[in-house]
Design a binder for this molecule. Structure first.
Ligand SMILES: Nc1ncnc2c1ncn2[C@@H]1O[C@H](COP(=O)(O)OP(=O)(O)OP(=O)(O)O)[C@@H](O)[C@H]1O
Ligand SMILES: [Mg+2]
Length: 305
């Protein structure tokens, strides 16, 4: 087990009223049912991981919870009371903050400007720059984020640092639920580790964290609760003590479909090397089955981080 796992695993706290509850939520876009019968409970001090393949409905789920889209079926409760958000502002007012992967921060603006973006402090008619810089520095330091120059543009920071600033900002402005949309998808191994640590810090600050990811290894490092979506439906909802990493990985890799695929591939020789003069051009169009590509952290695509 890694250090991060040892630091972060703790027994699941599944008692008490959820902060956020989705009951039988459905969302259709015309004839497309993007979500169907989704039940999820998000609790304070827990990381709820939502996993799913492309088109599973993860983004739609974020949009419904963050008030960007209305749902077409079911109900949403915050602290036990039914709510219907008409806008993202209404969701934010109840303490639901969303950190979108690319849109989290304005790249040309400084760190402190980004931290207070849309919540600027004023002294009379002027911006209170000194206080904003001081508070920003203090809040980042509380999270253990070291940025030597708060005046530098956010665009010059790494992807991981940017995600961490967005998380610290959401906590400072009173978020109780924070939704992170694939925060590690474009990051390398080390940067992903940094973001995973701040996910744990947000949980320890008492927030309910919703961590959207494709990566079962990242999810299992920090998650208390796991929900897998497939074609808009919840196909797995388990707490940490009910699930192994192996089961989660198998579920994400396709479960039964993976077994069927491995059966179909049982006749191939994965060690075979085909020399140029042996190529049968009739087979060039065969699909890339990605055999052996499921190797966790290293599987993430790497852009600069
Ligand atoms: N605005 C829209 N109009 C019509 N159909 C949509 C819209 N948004 C999503 N869908 C459909 O809803 C389904 C779920 O899409 P969604 O974007 O929520 O999946 P996802 O899990 O976020 O996938 P990915 O991992 O590729 O981002 C898909 O079939 C998609 O085509
Ligand atoms: Mg998506």
């Amino acid at each position: 087990m890694t250090t991060l796992e040892q630091e972060t695993i703790r027994p699941t706290e599944s008692e008490g009223q959820p902060i956020l509850e989705l009951n039988n939520i459905g969302k259709s876009y015309g004839n497309v049912n993007a979500l169907r019968g989704v039940n999820i409970a998000v609790r304070q001090g827990e990381v709820t991981c939502v996993l799913g393949d492309n088109g599973a409905g993860k983004s739609t789920l974020i949009k419904v919870i963050s008030g960007l889209h209305d749902y077409t079926e079911g109900s949403l409760r915050v602290d036990g009371s039914e709510v219907r958000f008409g806008s993202p502002r209404a969701a934010q007012a109840t303490g639901i903050a969303t950190v979108y992967q690319d849109l989290a921060l304005a790249p040309l603006m400084s760190v402190w400007r980004n931290f207070f973006l849309a919540n600027e402090l004023h002294k009379g008619p002027f911006l209170n720059i000194r206080t904003m810089k001081r508070v920003c520095g203090e809040e980042l330091a509380k999270m253990g984020i070291i940025i030597p120059d708060l005046d530098c543009p956010v665009g010059s920071l790494s992807g991981g640092q940017r995600q961490c600033i967005a998380i610290a900002r959401a906590i400072y402005f009173g978020a109780r639920v924070i939704i992170l949309d694939e925060p590690t998808a474009a990051l390398g191994v080390r940067q992903s580790g940094v973001v995973l640590k701040y996910i744990v810090k947000a949980r320890d600050a008492g927030l309910g964290v919703i961590f959207i990811t494709h990566n079962p290894h990242h999810a299992y490092l920090v998650g208390n609760h796991f929900v897998v979506l497939k074609l808009g439906r919840v196909v797995l909802d388990a707490h940490r003590d009910e699930l192994t990493l192996q089961q989660l990985t198998t579920e994400m890799a396709g479960g039964d479909e993976l077994e069927e695929l491995s059966h179909e591939l049982s006749g191939i020789d994965p060690g075979k090397v085909v020399q140029g003069h042996q190529v049968d051009h009739g087979e060039i169009g065969a699909p890339d089955l990605g055999v052996g590509s499921f190797d966790g952290l290293a599987r993430e695509p790497r852009f600069n981080g």
